[in-house]
Design a protein around this ligand. Sequence first.
Ligand SMILES: [Zn+2]
Length: 249
Amino acid sequence: MTDSHAHLDACAEPDAVVARAQAAGVSRIVTIGTGIDSCRRALEIAESHEGVAAALGIDPHRAATAEASRVGELRALLAHRKVVAVGETGLDGHHGAETLREQRVLLDEHLALAASLGLPVVIHSRAASAATAAALEPFRGTVILHCFSEPELLEPALERGYYVSFAGNVTYPSAAELRASAAHVPGDRILVETDTPYLAPQPVRGRPNEPMNVRHTLDALADARGDEPEALEALIDANATAAFGLADA
Ligand SMILES: [Zn+2]
């Protein structure tokens, strides 16, 4: 299985977390850097584990901090052989409505980097669906919408061929609308992720999340879609290979 979005640098013991994932059959993980130091750490973790690749960005929550002025430092880091995407980047009107202007500037800088390097972009969008759709409109590369949480963004996303990645929140009892969205994503555009160490799925909710828990989210997606879990797992693995240009598991 493939966990398309984890923050292994935010785990206390990333090596143990990767080992547990591999023992559970989660052989590929995309770890996400969220700031310059976090990106360096993500690369170190990716270097030491064959099945771990990295996406690098400065996340929107840092858009109004000094960190955002270091976006130029990303270009050199993105040349690393284990990098598969730019991000996460995006817009968050829930945690940061007052910095949306700065977030948009930072998002545009990431989109320019992704376009010039020919890399996919990993997008965080929360309580900002219309602004996110507008910002992404001119971008012609591959888009992965991580931790999908905005059903109203589904139609433009599918029209434009974006990948839609679901996290543990789709397993929560209150998430019926999100599960309905998951049922509408074509089989060649759906991804699954943990967002480790956040958003642990319902059966392990309240604990630090780990990539091995991606199974619970995949099962919830299969149930919502009426798919066999094994068949959906195969589809999602193929989608992760295509979206990120990953090596085979
Ligand atoms: Zn994330």
